[in-house]
Structure formats: C-alpha cells, structure tokens
Design a protein around this ligand. Structure first.
Ligand code: HEM
Length: 462
C-alpha cells in the first residue's frame, strides 16, 4: 500500500477535494476500478520511480494531448474550409478575416501539428535511450513506429490544404521524389497526386486522408498503444547507472498520483500553445500558382533532411535505398541480439553516456565539414566520368560513408573497451545527430537554387 509522503502531490491527493471521488472501502475501490475508463488503459498502480518527470519527460502524454487538441481544432476548421482549388485559399482567408477566433484556431491547429512531429520524435528517442523497446515492449515499439508514420502522413496531407504557394510547391517537390522509387515509383506518384500533376484530385485525396482516414487510424491505434503500456505494467522502471541492482519497487496508485501530474503537464502545454498561437500566426503565402515556382522550392521541414540527402547522393540512394535501410533498422531494432539487459538505464551505462556525447560532438564537427566540402570541392561525377552516376554519385559515396561509420564503430569500441550495445548506441547517436544537422541545414542554410546560404538570405521568391 502507498506510504504517506509530504510532497505537494500527496497533499493534494489527500485533500478534501478528492475525498468524494476516491474510494474509501474495498467494495468502493473495486467499483471504482471497474467503472474508471482511465484504469482500462493504465495499470492500477505504478512504480513510484516512474513518476520522476525526467524519466519520460511526459512526452507520450504530451503527444496524446496534442492529438486531442488537433482533433478539436480540426473539427472547428472543417466548418469553414472548402477542399476545392478554386475555393480552398479563399476559405482560409475568410476564416482568418471574417470568422471570430478563426485565425487563432488555425494557429493552434498549425503549431500543434508541427510541435507534435518534434514531440513524437523525441518520445521515440527517449524510448530508445532508456532501452524501452526491448521485450516485453517490442510490439509497442512497432505500434509506435506506425503512429509516427501516421503523424507524418497527417502533417503532409494537411500541408496542401491552404492551397498557397508554400503548400503547392512543397507537395510538388515531395511527390516528385517518388519518381526515383524503382518499379512502382511513377504509379505511386500518380496515385497520390490523383493524376500527373497536383490539382483538384490531389486536394480531394489529401483532404480525405487528412480529415477522415488518418484520424480514424490514430483513434484506433492510440488506445492500443496505451493498452500495451498497461500490459507491460506501466513504463519501463528507471534503474540507476551507478547501482545496477533491481530497484526496490514502491507502488503508488495511478489515480490520482500519475493522472494529476499528467493533468498539470497537459495544462501547461495547452497554455504554452495558446500563448504561442496568440503571438505567431500560421504562415500563408500567395494563392497557389502552378506557373510560378518559388526559389528555393522546399519540401515540408520534416522532409528537408531527405531533400538535403538528394543534394549529396544519387536520388535512388537518397529517397529509396537509405530510407528503406533506416526504416528496416528501426523495425528490427527490438529483435536484434543484445549482450546484456539494458532496459531502464538511460544510455545503458556511464560509459555509454560519455560515448554518446563524444559521438554527438563528432557528428557536429564532421557533418557541416562534409556538407561544405561536398558543395565546393567534391564532385565524383566529374572526377569519374566513365561509370553511370548511380555508381559515381550513389554507390561510391555511400560505400565511403559506410566505411567511415564502421571505422568509427571499431575505433570507439576499442578506445572505451565498450560492449557491443554501447558501441552500437554510439553509432546510432552519430547518425541521429547527423540527420538532425542535415534537416537544420535544409531549413536554415539553403537559399536560391538550394545553394548554401546564410539564414537571412533564405526564402526569396523569384
Ligand atoms: C501519436 C504518437 C504517440 C503517442 C500519443 C504515444 C503515447 C505514449 C504514452 C502516453 C506512453 C506512456 C508514457 C510515456 O512514455 O511518456 C508511451 C509509451 C511508449 N511508446 Fe509511445 N506514443 C506515440 C508514438 C510512439 C512512437 C513513435 C514510438 C516508437 C517508435 C513509441 C513507442 C513507445 C513505447 C515502446 C512505449 C513504452 C515505453 C516504456 O515502457 O518506457 N510511441 N507512448
């Protein structure tokens, strides 16, 4: 049973306010459990250690709150928005100028959607670094990956709806990447666009996906994800890096100990989004003009890492082989063989943490150096005019990168006398930070003609 502590939360829990809500007798307790919806998704009690905010950073809960906020504001937007190229842009203008709080609701929807991508990504990273993808949570990792995919699809399909220059050209750029997928690429592109070009059919398809199909999938999968957390008896229990013995587990009731904390996080989040949406408007450029391409024409920010890869590798590698490899790696991650049980330790060990920091530092130095060198000095296609570009600008640089990464793995493993897990984690950090740098370069350092520029020179329309 719970021990009495004089924390703020225990004082609130024991306060008069909760008395009529919380069960007092055993019979009441059973009835309470049976009738409580929350406790169908959550374990009745959880280890007290998991309540520490920095263990999960509340990221899963924040993601869930953001999805709810998106559903709510999305339904409101549907009253005004019209999914036809002739009327979509004007309906957004109408919403912003003539509807009470229309601009505000659009801002909340826009910022929540973008913050959600970052939050879900960070949630995934936290799950990775606390080893929470290992059995018995391996299947929940896969459900999580599907949720991540759905969040990206939801953002991507929503991007086109305002039908402004930004939306039209970003989706044109992204869907044109499909051409490089061997075999089915052109077919897939036509399917998504609903024809050869972005037009009325594309808007209809995107709107249906965005406002019906993806939300339906999310509503179905999210409870499943929470239920799997419940089946695993809550989130993974944190273990101390210094003392690797099993922690003495002290259980506390989910309601109100966890729920109260989640409520606080959700309220702070909502307050933040509201203030942010009062200060910053969601972008809206001129009405889409298929005859006038902006320069630079960029994909939505979460695909800019991939667009940046296109500048360095042959398209077959940038948009197909490398992403397939990454997706395959993420799916198989819980099923690889590991040399020890590392579940619940942030960064596996103290050594693992140090190695992760060294890897991040290496990526911060090496990536920009490579991007600049590739922009101004390296030109495999000119140096090797003989073989096709898929070899000179695809296979060759990929093999060089692979050799560097394998070399890094062997070097860091030897230098730190590390386990296989620790060395693999270091490589993962190297690749993760590199990808983040690629994305940031695409957002802030690519200007006209996608040439390297300073952030204040980026975003000029021709
Ligand atoms: C809409 C997106 C998502 C929502 C709403 C969501 C929500 C949650 C919540 C509320 C938890 C429990 C508390 C916490 O860890 O903060 C959780 C745990 C978990 N999530 Fe997610 N999640 C999402 C996406 C993902 C993704 C992309 C992954 C990984 C690929 C993932 C994998 C997991 C795993 C393995 C756990 C169990 C962690 C543990 O036991 O420590 N989730 N999720």
């Amino acid at each position: 049973m719970t021990q009495t502590r004089t924390t703020l939360f225990s004082r609130i829990r024991n306060s008069i306010f909760w008395a009529p809500i919380l069960p007092q007798t055993e019979r009441e307790r059973k009835k309470f459990l049976l009738n409580n919806l929350i406790l169908h998704f959550r374990p009745r009690t959880i280890p007290e250690q998991t309540l520490k905010f920095t263990h999960t950073w509340g990221l899963g809960g924040i993601a869930a709150a953001l999805v709810m906020l998106l559903f709510l504001t999305g339904i409101m937007l549907k009253f005004i928005y019209e999914p036809f190229p002739g009327r979509a842009y004007d309906s957004i203008i109408l919403l912003q100028q003539d509807v009470w709080f229309g601009q505000f609701i659009r801002n909340i929807h826009h910022w929540s959607a973008n913050i959600l991508v970052v939050v879900v990504f960070l949630h995934m990273v936290r799950v990775f670094f606390t080893g929470a993808f290992h059995p018995p949570r391996q299947f929940n990792w896969i459900i999580g990956l599907i949720l991540f995919f759905l969040i990206i699809i939801s953002n991507f399909t929503g991007y086109l709806l305002p039908w402004d220059q930004l939306a039209f050209w970003a989706i044109t750029i992204c869907t044109s990447m499909f051409e490089y997928i061997p075999g089915v690429g052109m077919w897939l592109q036509k399917l998504i666009r609903g024809g050869a070009e972005i037009g009325p059919e594309s808007l209809k398809t995107f709107f249906t996906l965005h406002s019906a199909i993806v939300p339906a999938c999310l509503i179905t999968l999210m409870p499943f994800h929470f239920w799997r957390v419940r089946k695993a008896r809550g989130v993974v229990t944190p273990r101390s890096l210094r003392d690797k013995s099993e922690p003495a587990v002290r259980k506390v009731p989910t309601v109100p100990d966890l729920i109260l904390r989640e409520l606080v996080v959700a309220l702070v989040l909502i307050a933040f989004i509201l203030v942010f949406s009062i200060i910053f408007n969601a972008p809206l450029e001129d009405k889409a003009n298929p005859g006038l391409s902006p320069n630079p024409a960029k994909a939505p920010w979460y695909f800019l890492g991939m667009q940046e890869l296109l500048l360095h590798f042959h398209p077959l590698f940038a948009v197909f082989i490398i992403p397939i490899f990454v997706i395959g790696f993420l799916i198989l991650l819980p099923y690889f063989k590991y040399d020890s049980d590392v579940t619940g330790f942030w960064f596996i060990s103290q050594k693992g943490r140090r190695m992760a920091m060294v890897s991040a530092f290496c990526a911060v130095i090496a990536m920009p150096t490579w991007i600049i060198a590739d922009e101004f000095f390296i030109d495999f296609t000119a140096w090797l005019p003989g073989p096709p570009t898929v070899i000179s600008n695809g296979l060759l640089p990929v093999v060089i990168v692979a050799v560097v990464v394998i070399g890094f793995y062997l070097l860091i493993k030897k230098k730190y006398a590390a386990t296989k897990n620790e060395a693999l984690q270091a490589v993962f950090v190297l690749l993760l930070v590199s990808f983040i740098i690629l994305t940031l370069t695409g957002i802030w350092f690519r200007g006209q003609g996608m040439a390297l520029s300073w952030p204040w020179q980026v975003g000029v329309m021709e």
